[in-house]
Design a binder for this molecule. Structure first.
Ligand code: 5GP
Ligand code: ZN
Length: 118
């Protein structure tokens, strides 16, 4: 388990398997699973295994990890057949409506997204 594990964090618990999830992808650095309340036909969350609260804590020390996650996002989108496009979202803090303080990227696809946001 990562030294940056937060025992009170929902997504840390999902990463370690203490809370069940529908796994889509996993490697040594990250974990991807289906959102429990999907807002599109495909709605997947990709998280680092290491506990990073949000994009606001991305630094030179973990930038390679975040870059790796984006390669995984591209792979998952291809595997899910999202050939007509998809949206990648990461909410940061209260104004964005972040509800789980563990960095995560939503992959949303399979339908035409609303023209706003963004
Ligand atoms: P946020 O609002 O922080 O950007 O996104 C959190 C996401 O986590 C929401 O889309 C919500 O549906 C999802 N979520 C919350 N709790 C769980 C859970 O226990 N399991 C799964 N698979 N998704 C969850
Ligand atoms: Zn966490």
């Amino acid at each position: 388990m990562s030294v940056h594990h937060d025992p009170d964090c929902l997504f840390c618990k999902i990463v370690e398997g203490a809370i069940p999830s529908t796994k889509v992808y996993e490697d040594e650095l990250c974990y991807a699973f289906r959102d429990i309340a999907p807002q599109a036909p495909t709605h997947i969350l990709v998280v680092p295994k290491e506990h990073i609260p949000s994009c606001a804590q991305v630094t030179d020390d973990n930038a390679a990890l975040v870059g790796h996650i984006f390669t995984v996002i591209a792979k998952i989108a291809a595997d899910e057949g999202l050939t007509n496009g998809y949206r990648v979202i990461s909410n940061v803090g209260p104004d964005a409506g972040q509800t789980v303080p563990h960095l995560h990227f939503h992959i949303l696809g399979g339908k035409r997204m609303p023209d706003q946001m963004v």
